[in-house]
Design a protein around this ligand. Structure first.
Ligand code: ATP
Ligand code: MG
Length: 320
């Protein structure tokens, strides 16, 4: 079956003072209809860059230098900007990182959703108003709050409004870039519940970006672990949690408290990811890796399938 979205060997640079920074290198993944994929990894590993590229919404200094982004088999990198506009919001929609703080403070929330809607679909104001009522109900905001301003909304309610906006044109794919960051823990759980309900109710396919492997376990079918702009490990959620093979994934999992032992201390991963303007020739995780060998400093390991659907980029997997 053709996946609803397939990314093949995607690479992305940012031009900085005329020099390319390799933010994303050779990333591949697939999303099947109705499934959810989590993109995880430390700050700066290229999650947002990858998501923006899917919609061809990279900032001006961003360049896709290779690869394919196939939406139901059509390569979105080969179509015109005008055609691309048809896919945005109608087929693939995004809740941007930090979006809930980007609502216009002096405009009523309902009006902002109406505007977004009318920007993307040729409908009357009256029709848009009715649709806003439906959308607000869908995301659990009492419709009478449409007339309120963003400051009258809690963080969770603002995030719900952003999700409503993303769903305005009935997309098949929803990208949510750190939808719960900056919300308190209970509200996080509510927003995640909402996403999960929407997914089953609307048959959405979801790509969720998060720092937090803890939220992934409940919600996502597949997990792509990124490190330094590359795939470190990719597989279904059970595989990643039960048999992580990449040392980075293993460390990440250790860095989250066990749900059964909330008092256990957090293990942090010493060191930092490599700077994009001076990427090492070898494995990008090598300087921080407990399993490194001279080979790791010499050659960057390719992502290889270690079992069907379980991709790992590490020279020393077999030695577990
Ligand atoms: N406009 C830009 N110009 C130059 N470099 C950029 C630009 N945007 C992002 N970068 C760099 O690209 C890398 C990837 O950034 P990106 O925002 O995709 O990371 P991320 O994984 O989403 O991080 P976070 O978890 O903090 O959101 C980072 O090193 C970042 O500094
Ligand atoms: Mg980001």
């Amino acid at each position: 079956m053709t996946p609803i979205l397939e990314v093949r060997n995607l690479s992305i640079d940012y031009l900085s003072n005329g020099h390319p920074l390799h933010a994303v290198t050779d990333i591949s993944f697939r999303l099947d209809k109705g499934r959810s994929l989590a993109l995880v990894g430390e700050s700066g590993c290229g999650k947002t860059t990858t998501m923006l590229a899917l919609l061809r919404l990279l900032p001006e200094e961003g360049r896709i230098t290779g690869g394919q982004i196939l939406y139901q088999g059509t390569d979105l990198l080969q179509i015109s900007e005008e055609e691309m506009r048809q896919y945005r919001w109608n087929n693939i929609a995004i809740v941007f990182q930090g979006a809930m703080n980007a609502l216009n403070p002096v405009r009523k929330v309902g009006n902002q959703i109406i505007e977004a809607l009318r920007h993307h679909a040729p409908i009357s104001r009256k029709q848009a108003q009715m649709r806003v009522g439906e959308l607000m109900e869908l995301v659990g905001i009492p419709p009478e709050r449409a007339g309120q301003y963003p400051h009258q909304f809690s963080g969770g309610m603002r995030q719900r409004a952003m999700i409503a906006m993303a769903l305005a044109c009935n997309p098949d794919i929803l990208i949510a870039d750190e939808p719960t960051t900056a919300l308190d823990v209970m509200i996080q759980a509510q927003v995640l519940d909402l996403l999960q309900n929407l997914q089953s109710q609307l048959g959405l396919s979801v790509v969720m970006v998060t720092h937090d492997l803890g939220v992934v376990a409940e919600l996502c079918d597949d997990v792509l672990v990124m490190y330094g702009g590359q795939v470190a490990e990719y597989g279904n959620v059970d595989t990643i949690y039960n048999t992580p093979l990449h040392p980075y994934t293993q460390r990440l999992l250790q860095a989250f408290p066990d749900v059964d032992q909330p008092t256990a201390s957090l293990a942090s991963i010493p060191g930092h990811p490599p700077p994009l303007n001076a990427l090492p020739p070898g494995c990008r995780f090598e300087p921080r890796c407990h399993r490194r060998s001279p080979l790791c400093a010499a050659a960057n390991p390719a992502p290889i399938a270690r079992a069907p659907g379980h991709i790992v980029a590490c020279h020393h997997v077999e030695e577990g």
